[in-house]
Write a protein that binds this ligand. Structure first.
Ligand code: DC
Length: 227
């Protein structure tokens, strides 16, 4: 079974997806981390961020792997072509580079294929922007998670402060969120939009625990119906 969680940057998808996966005993796939790892590799190799063909070639030939600790469905690390980039992909440098990389049509095609292959390996909670619309259009449960841009910027600042990675300047973070919303929603290939059959959840004034409980309950109900 696939639980697809889509939504804009900073809506809480990662925390929600990880907690839901743990409670359901599903694996968890963070597709944003794959685009971020590719953006890191493009910068490392000096590939131009507006060269669709070169980025596509990189996406087809690179190997992205997630590192697991036994018994935990949520990966602890991400590597690309053998280089561990878990923290490096969360920097402001990658926040900027990942938009053009993820807008490249040949990159999206390669990533979609990789993500579908991974999803064949069992039950997954998959988070991203186009999971319910393009990668897994037949996902058994689709959630579109949103929050106001201001709330998302506050959360991102707190998260960056906790991690010690990324900007903690609120106006800068808010401007970046607005810029990325615009990029994600206006790109030609698989833009960010809710699937017609997605359940919309606005997390602005809600506790994350409530949202996790709501999604877990819906997933268990769906499993029952499918049995
Ligand atoms: O969720 P995130 O902020 O880590 O995602 C990083 C970038 O990748 C973001 O700019 C949107 C893009 N992305 C995408 O286009 N499609 C996905 N399925 C996941 C992420």
């Amino acid at each position: 079974m696939i639980v697809a969680i889509d939504g804009p940057s900073g809506a809480g998808k990662s925390s929600v997806a990880k907690a839901c996966a743990k409670q359901l005993g599903f694996s968890c796939l963070d597709t944003g981390a794959m685009y971020r790892a590719l953006a890191w590799l493009a910068l490392e190799r000096g590939v131009s961020l507006d060269d669709d063909a070169a980025l596509g070639k990189l996406a087809c030939t690179c190997t992205i792997t997630f590192g697991h600790v036994t018994g935990d469905p949520v990966p602890r690390s991400v590597s690309i072509d053998g280089r561990e980039v878990t923290d490096d992909i969360r920097t402001a440098r990658i926040d900027k580079a990942v938009s053009p990389v993820s807008a490249a049509p040949s990159v999206r095609k390669a990533m979609l294929e990789q993500q579908r292959r991974i999803g064949l390996n069992g039950d997954y909670v998959v988070e991203g922007r186009d999971i319910g619309t393009a990668v897994f259009p037949d996902a058994e449960l689709k959630v579109f998670l949103t929050a106001s841009p201001e709330e998302r910027a506050h959360r991102r600042v707190r998260q960056n402060a906790d991690r010690g990675v990324g900007s903690i300047d609120y106006p800068e973070v808010l401007a970046d969120i607005v810029r990325r919303d615009e990029c994600d929603s206006s790109r030609a290939t698989n833009p960010l939009r809710p699937a017609d059959d997605a359940i919309h959840i606005d997390s602005t004034d809600r506790y994350i625990e409530d949202i996790i409980a709501q999604i877990v309950e819906m997933a268990r109900h769906t499993q029952e119906v499918l049995r």
